[in-house]
Design a protein around this ligand. Structure first.
Ligand code: C5P
Length: 221
């Protein structure tokens, strides 16, 4: 059986992480959530008081940051300099800032390099915004997952617990804002690679999306 790499891209809240994790489990592959890396950087830098408006300082701090991803019950844990930050990187504060740090060219170059290393031996399911276009242009299977903004906001809403929950309207606004920033940035913006399969999941459930992707993968193995 031929080991392959699988790239899953798409806008915020399309269900990429859930689907990528399940696909990886079915194939016994490694799941890499690249959004978690941008989030870990965001958490670390806000903790050190370094904002996205000072890219030089951002790059300086990132040199002293060891980011590790480890498998965890079919999911993934995120570590920064040995500290488990998994539960710190999904706060509204990080949500609101991550796309601004993600616009910094040197930071992207650095993270892309780490991501490519993780995929060298193949057998990786990687999700993000620029995997099919920039990180792994040679991935054997490329998926671009979308759903309407309304549907994506609703999915996020249903995932949240009572403490985290904000209004559906606010969620829609946040998601649209991140979409715009991600699509319009100069360096590797969010877009479908020419050879990526477009999967509109608005009317599909998770099980159907996973089945579809796994069968596409098996046909390439
Ligand atoms: O996937 P997730 O929503 O956790 O990603 C958070 C943010 O990280 C995105 O909105 C985007 O700004 C950035 N990101 C990116 N490139 C990736 C993955 C995430 O720019 N490959």
């Amino acid at each position: 059986n031929n080991r392959i790499n699988i790239a899953i891209d798409g806008p915020a809240g399309a269900g990429k992480s859930t689907v990528a994790r399940l696909v990886a489990n079915q194939l016994s592959y490694i799941y890499v959530d690249t959004g978690a890396m941008y989030r870990a950087v965001t958490w670390f830098l806000t903790k050190h008081g370094v904002g996205p408006e000072v890219p030089d300082q951002v790059l300086e701090h990132v040199q002293h940051m060891l980011i590790e991803l480890t498998p965890d019950h079919g999911g993934q844990r995120v570590w920064v300099n040995g500290e488990d930050v998994t539960s710190y990187i999904r706060t509204p504060q990080v949500n609101g800032l991550v796309s601004r740090y993600a616009q910094i060219e040197g930071l992207r170059t650095h993270l892309v390099q780490l991501q490519r290393q993780m995929a060298l031996r193949k057998g990786v399911v990687m999700d993000g915004r620029d995997i099919g276009t920039t990180v792994l242009p040679d991935a054997e299977v490329k998926i671009f997952m979308t759903a309407t903004v309304k549907e994506r906001a609703l999915r996020r809403f249903n995932e949240m617990n009572d403490a985290e929950r904000t209004s559906l309207e606010q969620l829609e606004k946040d998601i649209s804002m991140r979409d715009t920033l991600d699509e319009q940035r100069e360096i590797s913006p969010l877009r479908r690679a020419e050879d990526a399969i477009l999967l509109d999941t608005t009317e599909m459930n998770i099980h159907q999306v996973v089945e579809k992707i796994v069968s596409l993968c098996r046909s390439q193995m």
